[in-house]
Design a protein around this ligand. Structure first.
Ligand code: MSP
Length: 511
C-alpha cells in the first residue's frame, strides 16, 4: 500500500563545540513528532545532521590547532552519538561536507544564477561570525567598546569585499503574499507576525558569497568565492533527498518538507531566505516552519558563552533519557521560552512518571500476578464506569492528532498524563481487592478495562518515552503491529492467554 508521506527536519548543528541542551531540545521535538506520525500510519523521513562550513567553524578549528576537516569529523561524530543517546529515530544524518551536499548546493546556485537572481558587487557592512549573519546598521549597538547585534548579542565585525548578491529585495512582495495565503506557514502566529513586520519594511539584497576565507563550497566558475554558509546549510534539506535528482524516489516522495523544526534565533534564515531561494529556483516551498522558544536556565538562554549549561548527557546518565524527553516536552510550551532546572526535572519525574504512570502499571501488574495467575482476565460485560474510563481517551484521538499537527506537544502530554491520573483513581474507587471476595466477574471487567487503558496510554506515550512505553507494552504482550494509533479504537484486543512479562521498576523516584 502507498503510505502517506511526512518529511520532518531538525536544524543542522554547528559542530563548533559539544552538543548542549538547546540542540537536544530541537532534536527531541522533531523526534516526538516523527514517531507520532509513524504511529498514525505515515511513512516518515526524519532528517538531522551537522552544518560544517563557514568562518565560525574554520576559526574554531584554528583555535583548537586542528585541521578543519578533522575537527569537523570529530565533532560531527559527537552529534551523531547524541542521536543515539537521545534515542532519535532519524532516517538520515547529513553532513554539509559530504559530496551529495556539494552537488545539491552547486545546482541550486546555478539555478539562482540562471533565473537572474544573482549578481556580482561589493559588500560593505556588519557580519557576526558567531551567528554567520549580516546585520544592518540599525541592528547594531555598542557595548563595552564592541559592536554587537541587538538581536543575538553576539559581536559583529566590519566586512568590505567583493561578493555575489541574491536579489532578495525583489522577493519581498511574493514572500508577503505567501505568508498571507498560507497562514500556517510560519508558526507560532507570533513568529509569523515578527517575520511579516520585518519583510514589510522592505528587504535588502543578500550577500551570498565571501572571498576572505576558504572553508566552504566554492561558487561554480568563480572559485575564489565561497558560497554563504546559510545558503549552503539550508540546502541540506534538499540534498538528503538526492536533489538535484528530482526524479529520485526520495525527492518525489518527500519534497516539499512538511515541517522544519527550528529555534526562534534562526527564523529569518528559514522563513525569509529559504523560501526566497526556493521560489527563485522554482522549487516548491516547505509546508511549515515552526520556531520553538529557548530553553532558559535562570531566565537566560542556555549557552556556552553564558556558562549556564545543563549538560544533556550528564542528565541522561543520572536520570534517564525518557525522563529528560518527557520533562522537556512537558515543561516548555512549544513556541515559548521555558526555564528548566534540576529541581523541576526531579518533581516531574516523581509526580508524573514514578507516582502516576509508573505506579499505575506497577500496581495493576502486581495485582494481576497475585490474583489472576499473572494473566489479563476474560470478560464480556462492562459497566458504565468501565466504558467511561476507556472511551474518554478513544473519543479524544482526533483531538490528539490535531494537537500533534499543531505542534501543541505540551498540551498533548498533559492530556495523556491525565488519563493515567484518572485510571489510578478508577482503580482506587473500584477496589478490585474487595471485588475479589464479592464479585469476581466485576473484578475481571475492572481489570480488563484498566489494562486496556494502560495499553492505550502507553501507545500515546511511545513518541515521548519510547523505551519505557515499549517495556509496558511488552509486559502485556501487545504485538509490534498493534502499537499504532489505529489500534486504540479496536475493542477486545488484549491477549488473555499469555502470562504477563516480567515487570521492572520503570521510573525510580529521585531525591
Ligand atoms: N547551523 C545552524 C542551523 C542551520 S539549519 C539549516 C545553527 N546551528 S546551532 O547549532 O547554533 O543551533 C541549532 C539549533 O539549536 C537552533 O534551532 C537553536 O535555536 C537551537 N538552540 C541553541 N541554543 C538553544 C537554547 N538555549 N534553547 C533552545 N534551543 C536553542 O543555528
Amino acid at each position: 500500500m502507498n503510505k502517506k508521506k511526512y518529511y520532518i527536519t531538525t536544524p543542522i548543528y554547528y559542530p563548533s563545540g559539544k552538543p548542549h541542551m538547546g540542540h537536544a531540545y530541537s532534536s527531541i521535538i522533531a523526534d516526538v513528532i516523527a514517531r507520532y506520525k509513524r504511529l498514525e500510519g505515515y511513512e516518515v523521513y526524519f532528517l538531522t545532521g551537522t552544518d560544517e562550513h563557514g568562518l565560525k567553524i574554520q576559526r574554531e578549528a584554528e583555535k583548537n590547532k586542528k585541521d578543519t576537516q578533522k575537527f569537523c569529523n570529530e565533532l560531527s561524530e559527537k552529534f551523531k552519538e547524541l542521536t543515539k543517546i537521545l534515542n532519535l529515530s532519524n532516517n538520515d544524518f547529513i553532513r554539509t561536507t559530504e559530496k551529495r551536499h556539494y552537488r545539491s548546493v552547486e545546482d541550486l546556485w546555478k539555478k539562482l544564477e540562471k533565473s537572474g537572481d544573482i549578481y556580482l558587487d561589493k559588500y560593505k557592512g556588519w557580519y557576526s561570525v558567531s551567528d554567520e549573519a549580516y546585520y544592518d546598521d540599525d541592528e547594531i549597538i555598542e557595548q563595552a567598546g564592541s559592536k554587537i547585534s541587538k538581536l543575538s548579542g553576539s559581536k559583529v565585525e566590519w566586512v568590505e569585499e567583493e561578493s555575489y548578491f541574491f536579489k532578495l529585495s525583489s522577493w519581498a512582495k511574493r514572500l508577503l503574499d505567501h505568508y498571507k495565503s498560507h497562514p500556517n506557514f510560519i508558526l507560532p502566529a507570533s513568529r509569523n507576525n515578527e517575520v511579516v513586520k520585518f519583510v514589510e519594511k522592505g528587504l535588502k539584497d543578500l550577500s551570498v558569497s565571501r572571498t576572505s576565507f576558504s572553508w566552504g563550497i566554492p561558487v561554480p566558475k568563480n572559485q575564489k568565492h565561497i558560497i554563504y554558509v546559510w545558503l549552503d546549510a539550508l540546502t541540506n534539506y534538499l540534498s538528503a533527498l538526492n536533489y538535484p535528482d528530482t526524479s529520485s524516489d526520495l525527492y518525489k516522495s518527500f519534497w516539499p518538507a512538511d515541517l522544519h523544526i527550528i529555534g526562534k534565533d534562526i527564523l529569518r534564515f528559514h522563513a525569509i531566505y529559504w523560501p526566497a531561494f526556493l521560489m527563485a529556483a522554482k522549487l516548491p516551498l516547505p509546508k511549515r516552519i515552526f520556531g520553538h522558544g529557548w530553553i532558559l536556565s535562570d531566565e537566560k538562554k542556555m549557552s556556552k558563552s553564558l556558562g549556564n549549561i545543563l549538560d544533556p548527557i550528564d542528565i541522561i546518565e543520572n536520570y534517564g533519557i525518557d525522563q529528560l524527553r518527557y520533562y522537556l516536552i512537558k515543561e516548555v510550551s512549544l513556541g515559548n521560552d521555558g526555564n528548566v532546572s534540576l529541581n523541576n526535572l526531579k518533581n516531574c519525574i516523581n509526580n508524573d512518571l514514578a507516582n502516576n504512570y509508573g505506579n499505575l502499571c506497577q500496581r495493576v501488574f502486581s495485582f494481576l500476578k497475585k490474583n489472576c495467575s499473572n494473566k489479563i482476565p476474560q470478560t464480556d460485560t462492562f459497566t458504565n464506569e468501565d466504558k467511561a474510563l476507556t472511551s474518554k481517551l478513544k473519543n479524544d484521538i482526533d483531538k490528539l492528532n490535531q494537537l500533534i499537527d499543531e505542534q501543541d506537544l505540551n498540551i498533548y502530554i498533559k492530556k495523556v498524563i491525565e488519563y493515567s491520573f484518572d485510571s489510578n483513581k478508577y482503580f482506587n474507587d473500584s477496589e478490585p481487592w474487595s471485588l475479589k471476595k464479592t464479585d469476581e466477574n466485576r473484578m475481571n471487567s475492572v481489570l480488563y478495562s484498566i489494562v486496556e487503558q494502560i495499553k492505550n496510554i502507553s501507545i500515546l506515550l511511545l513518541p515521548i518515552i519510547p523505551n519505557s512505553a515499549n517495556k509496558i507494552l511488552d509486559v502485556i504482550n501487545v504485538s509490534k503491529d498493534q502499537r499504532v494509533i489505529s489500534d486504540i479504537n479496536k475493542s477486545k484486543t488484549l491477549n488473555h492467554n499469555k502470562e504477563l512479562g516480567k515487570i521492572e521498576i520503570l521510573f525510580k523516584k529521585v531525591e
